[in-house]
Design a protein around this ligand. Structure first.
Ligand SMILES: C[S@@+](CC[C@H](N)C(=O)[O-])C[C@H]1O[C@@H](n2cnc3c(N)ncnc32)[C@H](O)[C@@H]1O
Length: 278
């Protein structure tokens, strides 16, 4: 059976990208929200044949990294807007739950915890989240679900300040710590049982590989690395991390959601001192 390819798909993706890339601000607005929603719906609702066709289109390949950068700016602006809105709300906990992607984060974090339960007898006790952003939704859920402190790193000072203010308003300052630093400048992460790497940390294969090699040097043997990735047309929104490209880490499992959860997840282990995986 021949897959019917929608010839206008690449054109639509290009139109959306050109408009977003030409905008001075990607702070939430009717037009920005509409364009990102259109991109998200394109990324979720296509057959493998269509996805391969579109991703094979040189015109789309040429704008892939540009798309990740506008998605990163857009996600940052959305998080900043909501972090401040939640911190200013009379009922911050209720406002947090009204965040448009709250259900996505809820499901994604549940998938990640089930993956962690699948590869270890016990859940991690010391967790680090790299790239927590102004709205550290994952870390909030992890702290609530694990009942444990979660450490966070973000290279953006304002993101850390917004996240700290939000944690204070949510009464989570004792469980959520924020350090403003570039992950590549963190030499010793040996205290952590599990390190999460946000999908928008590292904007291409080279940057992701550099991060993996750096984290291998900073993490202790036996510790787990959870990397957020993407698949098929969802790679228009977030860089894909190839599970066969996880060296020097040893990949353990990969999760590909097919519902409204956009990110895929790779779990890998930091192998012993004398062994480099791959
Ligand atoms: C927008 S957030 C998304 C994470 C999301 N809040 C979550 O809970 O999953 C991505 C963040 O990664 C940060 N970031 C990007 N590269 C980084 C690096 N090398 N080290 C630390 N933070 C980084 C950005 O400043 C941005 O705030």
């Amino acid at each position: 059976m021949n897959t019917v390819i929608d010839p206008s798909l690449s054109t639509r993706i290009h139109r959306i990208y050109n408009e977003l890339a030409s905008m001075g601000s990607l702070a939430p607005s009717q037009r920005v929200n509409h364009l990102f929603s259109e991109l998200v719906s394109i990324s979720m609702s296509r057959s493998r044949g269509e996805a391969d066709e579109v991703l094979g289109d040189p015109a789309v390949s040429a704008i892939r990294e540009g798309l990740w950068r506008v998605c990163s700016r857009g996600e940052y602006e959305l998080e900043r807007h909501w972090a401040r809105r939640i911190a200013a709300a009379d009922d911050p906990a209720a406002e947090l739950r009204s965040f448009p992607y709250a259900a996505n984060y809820d499901k994604l974090t549940r998938l990640e915890l089930s993956g962690l339960r699948g590869v270890r007898d016990e859940l991690p006790r010391r967790v680090l989240f790299i790239g927590s952003g102004p709205l550290p939704f994952t870390s909030i859920l992890l702290a609530e679900r694990l009942g444990l402190p979660v450490s966070n790193i973000d290279v953006d000072e304002e993101a850390c300040a917004d996240a700290r203010a939000l944690a204070r308003r949510l009464g989570l300052s004792d469980r959520l710590g924020f350090t403003c630093a570039d992950a590549l400048a963190c030499a010793d992460l040996s205290e952590f049982d599990c390190v999460f790497l946000a999908a928008l940390v590292g904007m291409n294969r080279r940057e992701k590989s550099r991060l993996l090699h750096h984290l291998h040097g900073a993490m202790r043997p036996g510790a787990l690395l959870l990397v957020r990735s993407s698949q098929r047309l969802r790679t228009l929104l977030y860089p894909e991390v190839d599970i066969h490209g996880m060296a020097p880490f040893e990949p353990l499992l990969e999760i590909h959601p097919h519902d409204e959860v956009i990110n895929s997840v790779i779990l890998a282990e930091r192998p012993g001192p004398d062994r480099i995986a791959g």
